[in-house]
Design a protein around this ligand. Sequence first.
Ligand code: FES
Length: 157
Amino acid sequence: MQHARTENASTVQSIVERWREEEGPLLPILNGIQQALGYVPRESVPVIAEALNLSRAEVYGVVSFYHDYREKPAGRHVLKVCRAEACQSMGGDAVAERLEQLLGIRFHETSADGAVTLEPVYCLGLCACAPSAMLDGEVIGRIDDEKAADIARRARA
Ligand code: FES
């Protein structure tokens, strides 16, 4: 665990160094960390704040504002379910609830066995095939009960 922490810290440090002198460095730094580690560790906030001469609250405010930044590592699978209007009008709420039930977790949670993280997303550009979701980068449209069960089975694998 300590080893992983030290590794994370040096990854964060090198990403911060890469971007700190650029214009508007905060988002590229957060994107870089999320890409490298799969999440933005809480310990990285003071490092970023100090390097960019911002307050910790300012950095944390940005991390928590954008849904795409995770504060904890994701599961082996990431299921993003569209919660935007077009999907909602086509039964998206029921699909979301069904998937929560089938996976036994709520949005922003990861199953205890680390298999799957469930996240909301606000439009996948697949409105014509609503309700939609994305499992590990694969978009899935027109989700009905049968497709929801299949998605849950794959996500738990
Ligand atoms: S609103 Fe769900 S894909 Fe566009």
